[in-house]
Write a protein that binds this ligand. Structure first.
Ligand code: CO8
Length: 256
């Protein structure tokens, strides 16, 4: 059985399900490679317009695989090049939604932080407990988390390794929406399906503007946004969207 299962729960949507229940979905190299392969396929398929990553009811992912790391030296870790796999996930150009049930710890929390929207079940739990095992968050937890929640909440999680519940995570800005545990994947899938019906060029450009802009100056970000907006005015979908509005009908976007 594959460690990542790909499903197509709705038109235009791929759902990637991490499948290592015996290890609380710990992210070993095989899982990370399979996730990247799934996302790469989705990126190249014009029929796919949004992706959802999920785990199971107990764990989204309980972090990097500690068994795999215990005897690893620094050069081996470097040569594994796992940071490139994270870069590949970050570079996925289409909307990426994390559907989180159970534990999202360490690399699991960081995987969620690589997503654009995080839907969490009421019982979901987030944390960066790396300091408890003698290391520190190494898949962007010291960087993406602080950008998401600010210095003092990020420091609290990174320096204590404390685990926070979905409500607290939501209040600090680490979660987009909290829903009942049983509704997480359905909710995320419906959201992805709704996004998949929108104009794909506009959606991709919007994602890029937000992500690139958050690390740029306001002036640079605004300039990027303007160029992206101007580019949408070259698409057939812009005319279709506006015509459909004026003609009081549903638009049919083609990604052109
Ligand atoms: N790695 C490997 N195995 C794991 C992991 C993990 N991260 N998490 C759980 N497991 C395994 C357990 O060893 C156990 O296996 P076994 O049945 O063979 O003993 C099985 O999953 C079930 O685990 P528990 O019995 O502990 O289940 P509980 O429901 O009691 O607890 C927890 C669940 C709270 C998730 C608990 O398992 C836990 O604390 N896990 C470790 C969490 C953690 O420390 N995560 C951070 C890991 S470090 C990291 O992510 C660094 C990322 C930086 C990137 C580095 C690039 C290589």
């Amino acid at each position: 059985m594959s460690v990542v299962l790909a499903e197509h729960p709705a038109e235009g949507v791929v759902l990637l399900r991490i499948n290592r229940p015996e290890a609380r979905n710990a992210l070993n190299l095989e899982v990370r490679k399979a996730l990247v392969a799934g996302l790469r396929e989705a990126a190249e398929d014009p029929a796919i317009r949004a992706a959802v990553i999920t785990g199971n009811e107990k764990a989204f992912a309980a972090g990097a695989d500690i068994r795999e790391m215990r005897d690893l030296g620094p050069i081996e870790l470097m040569q594994r090049g796992t940071h490139k796999l994270w870069d590949d996930i970050a570079a996925f150009p289409k909307p990426l939604i994390a559907a989180v049930n159970g534990f999202a710890l360490g690399g699991g929390c960081e995987l969620a932080l690589h997503c654009d929207i995080i839907i969490a079940g009421e019982g979901a739990r987030f944390g960066q407990p790396e300091v408890k095992i003698g290391i520190l968050p190494g898949a962007s937890g010291t960087q993406r988390l602080v950008r998401a929640v600010g210095k003092y909440k990020a420091m609290l999680m990174v320096l204590t390794g404390e685990i926070v519940g979905a409500r607290e995570a939501s209040e600090m800005g680490l979660v987009s929406r909290v829903v009942a545990d049983g509704e997480v994947v359905g909710h995320a899938t419906q959201m992805a399906a709704a996004i998949a019906k929108l104009a794909p060029v506009a959606v991709e450009l919007a994602k890029e503007a937000v992500l690139v802009g958050q690390d740029a100056s306001l002036a640079t970000g605004l300039s990027l946004e303007r160029k992206a907006l101007w580019l949408t005015f070259a698409t057939e979908d812009k005319r279709e969207g506006m015509s459909a509005f004026l003609e009081k009908r549903a638009p049919e976007f083609k990604g052109k």
